[in-house]
Design a protein around this ligand. Structure first.
Ligand SMILES: [Zn+2]
Ligand SMILES: [Zn+2]
Length: 137
């Protein structure tokens, strides 16, 4: 760094030329940065989509994919069977609408269970594709 400074001080003409060429290269850099900026949000969106759990598959309590999804009859909110069972045993109320309820107020949601399994398999294919693309870079 210090050596470079000295060089610049020694000759103004050189500095000016250097500045010129620097300007050109920074402009080129800016251009490519802009292109990168345009690309990145899209990639981030894809990653966000892959990482986020769709609300209709998300357990109200753990905010992850429902495991053994069940639906509660008071407000149709969905939960992992394990999580809502624990909650009802503790509070005897729905954690979403706070109505009193017992274990007979929840029903298995077989269709959702299938949907989640299907959705996860699609996702893992997507993630695998993404990883392959990164390796090829
Ligand atoms: Zn859960
Ligand atoms: Zn409820």
């Amino acid at each position: 760094m210090e050596i470079e400074k000295e060089k610049n001080n020694n000759s103004d003409a050189n500095t000016q030329e250097e500045k010129k060429s620097n300007n050109n290269s920074t402009e080129e850099q800016k251009k490519s940065e802009k292109e990168d900026e345009n690309k990145n949000p899209e990639e981030n969106n894809v990653k966000e989509k892959i990482n986020s759990v769709p609300i209709m598959m998300r357990c109200f309590l753990c905010e992850d994919y429902c495991e053994e999804p069940v639906q509660i009859l008071c407000c149709n909110e969905i939960f992992c069977k394990k999580h809502i069972t624990e909650e009802i045993m503790k509070n005897f109320a729905c954690p979403n609408c706070h109505k009193a309820c017992g274990l007979n107020n929840i029903i298995d949601n077989k269709k959702l269970s299938d949907d989640i399994r299907w959705f996860k398999s699609i996702l893992s294919e997507l993630v695998m594709g993404e990883n392959e693309r990164n390796h090829n870079h």
